[in-house]
Write a protein that binds this ligand. Structure first.
Ligand SMILES: Cc1ncc(C[n+]2csc(CCOP(=O)(O)OP(=O)(O)O)c2C)c(N)n1
Ligand SMILES: [Mg+2]
Length: 153
């Protein structure tokens, strides 16, 4: 089985103002449960980046561990990315921002990754006013470890 998204699209689909199609902002096919709300957020990120005409090579995705933190595989496949350790994405993001201030940084995390194991790092990312868009995908549980029972997917 392949997780590559088929490349064929209708030839008349519109381009944004820098000449990219919506498919240029997509990623691999999702392996999350059918109907998972995380996929809706991925879709919204794809649509927003397409509409805002963000150059894919100017954006870096950062995440921790969890179903939510897997989602950067499913959007912005032409952007940079680093899937880090559980709850430790803010420190990786801090280093990345220090190394290159010119990229746009998109952090993606779960409620567990952010507010349980990662709370220590999250509050300090806020205190430093880190220049990053940090999205918390809150499904109210540790989805990756317990999804069959808790997640309502
Ligand atoms: C250091 C460490 N502790 C525990 C785990 C096990 N673990 C994997 S994902 C996860 C919870 C993720 O929850 P959340 O951030 O809410 O993501 P979701 O899957 O719900 O989107 C846990 C505890 C781990 N991978 N690493
Ligand atoms: Mg969760």
């Amino acid at each position: 089985m392949t997780y590559q998204r088929p490349n064929f699209r209708h030839p008349d689909l519109p381009q944004n103002k820098i000449g990219f199609y919506r498919k240029d902002y997509e990623g691999a096919l999702s392996t999350l449960c059918a109907g998972c709300g995380h996929d809706s957020i991925s879709g919204a990120i794809i649509q927003a980046c397409y509409e805002m005409a963000i150059e894919p090579h100017r954006l870096a995705k950062l995440s921790g561990i969890g179903c939510s933190s897997k989602t950067p595989a499913y959007f912005l496949g032409n952007s940079h990315g680093f899937n880090s350790v559980h709850g430790r994405m803010p420190s990786v993001a801090t280093g990345a921002v220090m190394a290159n201030k010119d990229l746009l940084y998109l952090g993606v995390s779960g409620d567990g990754d952010t507010a349980s194991i990662g709370m220590g790092q999250f509050v300090h990312a806020i205190r430093r006013n880190l220049n990053i868009l940090y999205i918390v995908m809150n499904n109210g549980c540790y989805g990756l470890t317990k999804r069959a029972r808790q997640c309502h997917c």
